[in-house]
Design a protein around this ligand. Structure first.
Ligand code: C2E
Ligand code: CA
Ligand code: CA
Ligand code: CA
Length: 279
């Protein structure tokens, strides 16, 4: 819409205020949520396409708001990034993943590696590496039980610094994954310098893999690229047999998606571990 004068402004202003007000309220709420324990993690299984084993899980943040119900991370993560709240939030996620791993181990279960998402801003925090090492130590965990998922966007801001941080994380012993691969400004030249273990093919490429030749070509190319760089590759957003079959035929290593399971509350994930269910 074109801005044609004062009248237009009066039309738009209340709407803008409403959005700003909602944001402000959400921000204050989010601040309290961290203190009041309204946050929790769900865990989505990652399954091997080679032998059907459960090989990992991704921890996904959920906010149980007393009035609004479940608020989607797609709504509050960007807000947390803009306001700096992502720092305490991200710290909470790493600690909560480590506490959960310790609880499962204490219950006699054998949890797989669990991945936590790192936001771009969190990735650039000076003491991130210490935070991670401290959370692992406090819970007496094998560092290889923790994986960190970073996006290309988080790395490309300052590649030299990112490579250095990744190496420091690597020396702590955690696993590293490059998330949403293909959606950012990935530079293939940098890819080989990143000490990562895994590429995650973004779900936007997986969605129409069985029907769209372009998406299929991208997925096959990413799988080949990953393998040539000695990286494992996980496809996300796998929802049906057609996608699964295609990925399997093209030697993708792992899948994650509703076809096997939605992200599960911790107790349901423990149940899945006990059941030994396979893909
Ligand atoms: P993501 O890291 O790409 O996570 C995958 C998203 O895809 C999750 O959405 C997951 O529930 C969803 N998903 C899994 N399988 C399927 C499927 O088969 N079909 C479809 N359509 N979707 C599927 P969710 O949980 O809503 O999270 C959205 C985004 O929010 C995440 O995308 C991530 O960027 C961010 N996020 C979630 N938890 C955290 C966190 O703890 N820290 C940070 N920094 N970001 C987080
Ligand atoms: Ca992720
Ligand atoms: Ca992803
Ligand atoms: Ca995504």
């Amino acid at each position: 819409a074109k801005l044609q004068g004062g009248g237009e402004f009066r039309f738009y202003a209340p709407e803008m205020n409403e959005r700003a007000a909602r944001r402000l309220a959400l921000e204050a709420d989010l601040r309290r949520a961290i203190e009041r324990d309204e946050l929790l993690l769900h865990f989505q299984p990652k399954m091997s396409l080679i032998n059907g084993d459960l090989v990992g899980a991704e921890a996904l943040l959920r906010w149980q708001h007393p009035a609004r119900g479940t608020v989607s991370p797609a709504e509050f993560i960007p807000l947390a990034e803009d306001t700096g709240l992502i720092q305490p939030l991200g710290e909470w996620v790493i600690e909560a993943v480590c506490r959960q791993l310790r609880a499962w181990l204490d219950a006699g279960l054998r949890p797989p590696t669990v991945a936590a998402n790192l936001s771009a801003r969190q990735f650039r925090v000076e003491h991130l590496v210490d935070q991670v090492a401290q959370a692992l130590r406090a819970n007496r965990l094998d560092p290889a039980l923790l994986e960190l998922e970073v996006t290309e966007g988080a790395l490309m801001h300052d590649v030299e610094a990112a490579v250095a941080t990744l190496h420091r994380l690597k020396s702590v012993g955690v696993k590293l994954a490059l998330d949403d691969f293909g959606t950012g400004y990935s530079s293939l030249a940098y890819l080989k310098r990143l000490p990562i273990d895994r590429l995650k093919i973004d779900q936007s490429f997986v969605r129409d893999i069985a029907s769209d030749p372009d998406d299929a070509a991208i997925c096959v190319a990413v799988i080949g690229l990953a393998h040539n760089l000695k990286l494992a590759v996980t496809a996300e957003g796998v929802e049906n047999d057609g996608q699964l079959g295609y990925l399997r035929r093209h030697r993708c290593d792992e899948m994650q998606g509703y076809h096997f399971s939605r992200p599960l509350p911790a107790d349901d994930f423990a149940q899945l571990l006990r059941s030994g269910r396979r893909l």
